[in-house]
Ligand binder design. Structure first.
Ligand code: NAD
Length: 437
């Protein structure tokens, strides 16, 4: 190694242009001058590189060094062209419209909510780190879909507070729809750090910036039905206990609800948590059962169907994406303003939690039968015992509070919703990925 280095060192930096002097003294002086020139030259290059790095990546808040985290990439953001795109995407185009920062916009729910807001003339800016928890090409396809409707998704992490501050500097968002999270219950055994990173640290990072923003935005965010955990009283009501989470995912969502309480209490942030119940539909998540059952039934692969103790039925309150979107928009529209300013609370602020479900749980074996009929393929069912790794036996939402206060009224049954999903799935995966939902 050192031999190679010295060999390289002996090659003049500008071969052919190097003029030799005869006197050894002059030769030494020349070498000294040449070394000084080289040193100055490389110092300039080095300085230049540092300056380019700082200007291209204004994030002064590098992400914490934890190898279990997926989002250690640095993202390019900033500059006049970037700010122009941000402003244009967030521009309100209807009277009484709102300007919303949607985190997790390249995700399943985020894409649908962003498109719906844009359709009615609200200003929408997306933020997503495009992590690879599931196939990022699906997130890119959703991004392309949103781009066609005029929604720009900034690529970045919610833990990057410098980026968040910049976004609030460029746009005075009236609302934040916070959907970015590490979803899924089983993945926590593989990568627990990603749940802490996105669902706890990320939430705090976002709320910190919201609390200091002037004006403070109202925040609507996704909690989860999983907070009911081992609760056996059905249907699940917002007043039921939520202190027995069955997965780390559920525990981080529950922690999120407590963190929301704190920021509401201390800083006057208006906060609404939505407990979604198993959302499904076109552009859905490949890690969810209805999605990979469809894939595996079509491939002729066997699918695991879980059974609780004593052949107990496992059931889910499947909720169609359009119903969830309506609930999200109603929560944004009824959200009161935050009351703080300059990071200080000026009066009591709104703090709400709602179940958004379909309120008709369906056994997972019925889900499979519907898919068989729609796909015209018989499934290879592999009945297995429900593992104790995060899944609960059933979920069932009491939605009367959301009905009363948000006007929330789900209208799509599982049969109808799955038909729409299957139509999208077949067209997306066989038709050159051009499906539009
Ligand atoms: N889909 C459901 O059935 C369901 C049920 C209950 C709760 N939820 C919650 O609803 C929200 C949306 O879920 P979804 O199904 O659309 O999931 P999703 O995984 O499709 O969307 C989440 C998006 O957030 C992004 N993201 C994750 N961590 C991030 C970070 N640190 N910074 C920036 N972006 C980040 C991901 O790249 C992804 O695109 C999540 O909070 C989820 O926990 C979903």
């Amino acid at each position: 190694m050192s031999k190679q280095m010295s060999h390289l060192d002996n090659i003049p930096s500008t071969p052919g242009k190097f003029k030799m002097e005869k006197s050894p003294y002059a030769h030494n002086r020349l070498r000294w001058h040449s070394s000084l020139a080289k040193l100055t030259f490389w110092s300039f290059i080095f300085l230049g590189l540092i300056l380019i790095f700082f200007f291209r990546s204004p994030s002064s808040n590098p992400l914490p060094q934890d190898p279990s985290r997926r989002s250690l990439r640095t993202y390019n953001w900033g500059g006049p062209a970037w700010e122009k795109r941000v402003r244009s995407s967030a521009r309100v185009r209807s009277r009484n419209g709102i300007s919303v920062l949607v985190t997790g916009a390249a995700g399943f729910v985020g894409t649908h909510v962003s498109a719906a807001l844009k359709r009615r003339g609200d200003g929408v800016l997306g933020l997503d780190n495009f992590n690879d928890y599931y196939d990022p090409s699906l997130k890119r396809a959703r991004q392309a879909l949103l781009e066609r409707t005029g929604v720009f998704i900034v690529e970045g992490d919610i833990n990057d507070s410098a980026l968040l501050r910049k976004l609030f500097e460029v746009v005075a968002f009236t609302h934040v729809m916070h959907l970015a999270a590490q979803a899924g219950v089983r993945y926590a055994m593989e990568n627990p750090g990603s749940y802490v990173h996105s669902n706890i640290a990320g939430l705090v990072s976002l709320l910190e910036v919201c609390k200091s923003a002037n004006p403070q935005p109202a925040i609507v965010w996704a909690s989860s039905s999983s907070v009911y955990g081992l609760n056996t009283k059905v249907p699940f009501s917002e007043r039921d206990r939520t202190d027995q989470p069955a997965s780390l995912y559920a525990a981080t969502k529950k922690a999120g609800e407590e963190i929301a309480h704190t920021y509401n209490h201390i800083y006057g942030l208006s906060l609404t948590g939505l407990r979604f119940f198993t959302v499904y539909g076109p552009w859905g998540r490949p890690d969810m059962a209805y999605f990979f059952f469809t894939r595996d039934i079509l491939k002729g692969k066997s699918i695991p169907i879980f059974e609780a103790a004593n052949h107990g039925t496992v059931a889910r309150d499947f909720t169609y994406i359009d119903d969830i979107v309506k609930g999200c928009l109603a929560a944004l529209d009824t959200a009161e303003k935050s009351t703080g300013s300059g990071g200080k609370k000026k009066g009591p602020a709104q703090l709400r939690v709602y179940n958004l479900g379909n309120t008709s749980p369906v056994p997972v074996s019925d889900l499979v039968s519907i898919l068989e009929r729609l796909l015209k393929v018989n499934a290879k069912r592999n009945i297995m015992k429900l593992p104790r790794n995060g899944d609960v036996q059933f979920t069932h939402a009491n939605i009367s509070l959301a009905q009363r206060e948000l006007g929330y009224k789900p209208t799509t049954d599982l049969q109808t919703g799955l038909k729409k999903f299957v139509r999208w799935y077949l067209s997306y995966y066989s038709g050159g990925k051009k499906a539009t939902g």
